[in-house]
Design a protein. Sequence first.
Length: 331
Amino acid sequence: MKSLIPAVSLISLLALAGVSACETSTGSGTKAPGMEVSPDQLKAGGVYVAYMNGCDKGCDQIAKGDLIMAVDDKPVTSAKDMRTSRIATGAPIKLKVQKPGAAAPVDVEITASPKELPPLKDIPPFWTVGAADLNQAPEWARRSLFGHASPMTMLVNADGGTTDGRQLHGKKRLMLFWDYATREEQAQAANMMQVLQNAQDDLKGAGVEIMFIQIKFPTNGDRQLPKNDTALRDFQKQYGVAGKNLLPMYRFPNATEYNASRELGLEGSTTYIQYLRQPPAIVLLDEGGIVRWHSEGVQQAPAPAAGEPDLSGKPDQYTIIEAIKFATSKL
């Protein structure tokens, strides 16, 4: 990822730009909530059930967190395998399901008819992701959204238009949720923004869309109100990389803009804001709308390998770079 190397060098010079005066690099992100899904839960393989949509018969025997090992005696290991298995045909289908903590898989028969979740058609009886694919994330990037299907949301684009959680389905996404209640958070947002600007070509080449999203986190209290569209654009112009394209910027709707009918997702009644507790929060979505990465705060970098840049004093840069590497090679 050649474009990230100059990004690191450039951001290390932020002292000259007046931003690093508020960067303290405490690594407080390590205090974020524990893992949502552990490696042990996925080691059996198969396909992880991220969310239940329901079916005509038998789905009451399957729950989120189960591993589907086979469909009609044919092993499955990926979401693609599940799609090609054509489960939602209205005919009985036999599944081999590994329950958490169970000694051996159990046989479950389901009958599922095609459903719609507008604008999505022919949705499956459950959202799934390959267990091996899900298991690639580091333990510090398995916070409370990890392994979920894209929850409900309504995001307003600073340049106009809105996006909901169902519209996030079908394309890989790198979503950076940030706040600016403290000077440290302001510096982290600026640093991560610059790294993302320098990595835009890499991400675009891998089919990953960037979403730079400012929200008010619970840790904010009443110190800072959410930014409006003009303030978002001004922030990026002030602290962005000269000559680089601006990132697509989003925010949560204000009271006037909010429309409950537009707050949609792949999951039923849960929302993104319920799961975001500490900024900066990075969420990576795969094409199936499954959260494959959720980190909160910043992560301290290990000692660098030979020839690699030393990011031990720059945890915000290390955190976003690791997310970019994952998004371009494993998402």
